[in-house]
Design a protein around this ligand. Sequence first.
Ligand code: SAM
Ligand code: SF4
Ligand code: SF4
Length: 338
Amino acid sequence: MHTRDALDRPLHDLRISLLDRCNFRCPYCMPESEFHEDYQFLTKSQRLTHDEILKVARVATSLGVSKLRLTGGEPLLDKKLPSLVRGLAELPGVEDLALTTNGMLLAPVAQTLADAGLQRVTISLDSLDEDVFRKMSGGRGDLATVMQAIDAASAAGLAPIKINVVVERAVNDHTVLDLLDHFRGTGHIVRLIEFMDVGNRNGWRMDQVVPSRELLAKVEARWPLRSADRNYPGEVARRYEYADGQGEIGFISSVTEPFCGSCSRARLSSDGMLYTCLFASRGTDLREPLRNNVDDDELADILSRIWLQRADRYSELRRPDVAEHHALSKVEMYRIGG
Ligand code: SAM
Ligand code: SF4
Ligand code: SF4
């Protein structure tokens, strides 16, 4: 049975941020100027243990969650990831188990993760232009390594692979068509994401957003597209297929075409806060009850109470032209994952 929120949206997905650390410093997420050497990331004892994560996930599935996604920060910095994946894959009710990663550390463990029960990966890759890619990873990414990761994930059957591209005006928008061209016909699905005003530290400005409408026109001028149905209610990407049968692309337009009406996601941060919106300024601490040995029924009560009260629809209410709207104190993306 699905628990439904105040706007009648079911609880369907749980995104689990494993850690707040990252080996990249993408300026749109963790700019180096803010996340410098002295930055205080969470300590191990502040982060949820794998047992605690498994408990939250198990209880969430009893409330209707069937999709789990591991994210971060960079989830592959967690060296014990395969055993967590195995535990999550064994939970009854889990139909979809996926991972979002920047791909730098993926190739050597792709097969191990697949064997442990991981079904799919999303790899973030903003450009195939070496210089642009390096800049968008904060000088830390190596393009060849990420390309190898895509091949390794494909060989391990972690498919269909999704490639997430955050599009920023005058940063990488001029390289999008080349990237699409490269992945056409490979079976990998490129998703073009509007630069979002998540958190308060990425210096977001509306004039850096390339509206999906504008990008779509650019893509269609090169390759005719036809609109495809959503795979499931609540899917965030608008799907299109190349008319010549060379595959699929998606547009995630949370700034210019919000999709709060069907948003079915809860997010667990690495320090155990549960958030019901990517743009939340407040969450609910689950770590304390977990460390006080809350039992499954009590935890289910806590989770369902949170979901029943949920009325978030930040993107629908947001007016990008009103500065105060995105100046609200919001949780950072690297803490709760994308
Ligand atoms: N480190 C992993 C990665 O980059 O794939 C997982 C975490 S990352 C926060 C998850 C996704 O959020 C990535 O695809 C990233 O590109 C996206 N993201 C981060 N900041 C964003 C922003 N300001 N606007 C849109 N997408 C963003
Ligand atoms: Fe790290 Fe992912 Fe954020 Fe880039 S988008 S800084 S890879 S967490
Ligand atoms: Fe969901 Fe919040 Fe995004 Fe709306 S703004 S789609 S409620 S995460």
